[in-house]
Write a protein that binds this ligand. Structure first.
Ligand code: NAD
Length: 486
């Protein structure tokens, strides 16, 4: 049954599509057209209780299922995701707005996470030391932790849930997902395909909604851990409330990513990469380029190239051929972005390219054109805040040291990039920059599934990051057994 075509979406609990216990719902829009494409229920505490109960019951048997059998379901799931790749990508573009090529790439990122999790039999193996003393040995065994609550943002409706549930369920946990209420459709399709792959009822559940669902998961005694990805204030709140309830919590938060362009860089490459990183996915990426510190001597030339490329960007519905820049997620977000552009002007930055003047801004979709400010300084709000839209700030610097010192003033530290051909500068950057994910001559250094997704400072709260061995460790706990052979 195609849940995604229904007007008011249902929750997925214990293997059944169930109406939420609520009379509250919100419209879901196609941000490229402003049309309502579905309604999402704002579920209640009762819905959370039902889902956690189903997940907890399923956990009792799922944790006993042999790891290769659990992995085999993920192999089947991978196959189904590949078979439905185009449909999933279209759905992402329709509910999120990013262009189809980017959406297609997002599906690939999700699939890679499933592939990594399908390696659970090797990943879950323990370690032994046959002689810790005479006739004495020790070994470590790995186990799931229980019901996991996953809370996800609007900007990657496929990839971010896939950072969580494939590894969580492969390692024997059960899962309750609370997708973003702004992009809830894709999650239901992921659930349908999990069912088709043969996942037992209750192992994966969805409760749609907003704050009440999040609080319900954070406070529920049978939820063992919370994986959160979203904005900084909410990540901090989720981390504090979840840990106060003695849960394991990983909370990936907002960002303001800094790039550095040195005078010896391949400027053509730097401009292309930074353009994609700043304006791809309408700037709605936690790894988006937000501030670029450019060495004075090449700043004018770099800006000319950047502006030329920005002028060539085609704005519109991401399903249309050749469109690069789609809409931002909602009308309110467009308004917020336009206010930031105004603020930047008032703060004294020079507006090199004004995205308010692009024709598409007048259309029904929530479009903002590529916007570039020059001479941006750290006292300005446009330097400090995550705008999460196609707005890029340029700061001019004397040298690498000034650029690094500037970047390290930011409270955020998700990603940082350097553009140079000099090995010594790369090393200095690597050793002294505050950020968890670094790029050299690339604009979006988002790690693949087998590496941790590793923000620092106010871009992450917790210990174990998402993905890679961190993900495995987050979703498992260990027993160490010591045996004396007598
Ligand atoms: P958001 O914080 O508004 O929402 C994220 C989730 O939290 C949603 O499911 C939402 O329903 C819920 N939520 C929102 N407000 C809440 C509240 N007051 N109490 C409880 N729950 C609440 O984030 P968003 O706008 O959907 O996503 C964009 C943000 O996510 C950006 O800040 C971006 O940088 C960040 N993000 C970070 C990463 C990362 O890896 N660090 C990845 C993707 C997105």
């Amino acid at each position: 049954m195609a849940q995604t075509s229904m007007k008011v979406l249902k929750n997925y609990i214990g293997g059944k599509w169930i109406e939420a216990n609520t009379d509250k719902s919100e419209p879901v829009y196609n941000p490229a057209t402003g049309e309502v494409i579905a309604h999402v229920p704002i579920s209640s505490q009762e819905d959370v209780d039902l889902a956690v109960e189903a997940a907890n019951e399923a956990f009792q048997s799922w944790k006993e299922v042999a790891v290769p059998r659990r992995a085999r379901i993920l192999f089947k799931y991978q196959q189904l995701l590949v078979e439905n790749w185009e449909e999933l990508a279209r759905l992402i573009t329709i509910e999120n707005g990013k262009n189809y090529t980017e959406a297609y790439g997002e599906v690939q990122r999700g699939i890679e996470n499933v592939e990594f999790a399908a390696g659970a039999p090797s990943l879950m193996m323990g370690e032994q030391l046959p002689s810790i003393a005479t006739d004495l040995e020790s070994g470590v065994y790995r186990y799931p932790i229980g019901v996991i609550g996953g809370i996800t943002p609007f900007n990657f409706p496929m990839m971010v849930p896939c950072w969580m549930f494939p590894m969580a369920i492969a390692t024997g946990n059960t899962f309750v997902l609370k997708p973003s209420e702004r992009t809830p459709l894709l999650a239901n399709r992921l659930a349908e395909l999990l069912e088709e792959a043969g996942l037992p009822n209750g192992v994966f559940n969805i409760v749609h909604g907003a704050h009440d669902v999040v609080n319900g998961l954070l406070d529920h005694k049978d939820v063992a851990a919370i994986s959160f990805v979203g904005s900084q204030p909410v990540a901090e709140y989720v981390y504090k409330r979840g840990t106060a309830n003695l849960k394991r919590v990983q909370a990936l938060a907002g960002a303001k990513n800094h790039s550095i362009v040195l005078s010896d860089a391949n400027l053509e490459n730097a401009a292309t990469q930074i353009l994609n990183a700043a304006f791809g996915s309408a700037g709605e990426r936690c790894m988006a380029a937000s501030v670029v510190a450019v060495e004075d001597s090449i700043a004018d030339e770099f800006l000319v190239r950047l502006k030329q490329k920005a002028d060539e960007i085609k704005i519109g519905n991401g399903l249309d051929e050749g469109i690069f820049l789609g809409p931002v997620i909602r009308d309110q977000h467009k308004e917020r972005t336009l206010n930031y552009i105004e603020t930047g002007e008032k703060e004294g930055a020079s507006l090199v390219r004004d995205g308010r003047k692009d024709e598409a801004v007048e259309e029904a979709g929530y479009f903002v054109g590529p916007t570039i400010f020059d001479h941006v300084t750290p006292d300005m709000k446009i330097w400090q805040d995550e705008i999460f839209a196609p707005v890029l700030s340029i700061s001019r610097v004397r040298d690498l040291d000034e650029a690094i010192a500037l970047s390290n003033q930011s409270r955020f530290a998700n990603g940082a990039c350097i553009f140079t051909r000099d090995g010594g500068s790369v090393r200095r950057f690597r050793e002294t920059i505050d950020a968890g994910m670094l790029g050299v001559n690339i604009g979006v250094p988002a790690p693949m599934a087998f590496f941790p997704f590793s923000g620092w400072k106010d871009s992450f709260y917790g210990d174990l990051h998402a993905n890679g061995k961190d993900g495995l460790n987050f979703y498992t706990r260990k027993k160490v057994i010591t045996t004396k052979w007598v």
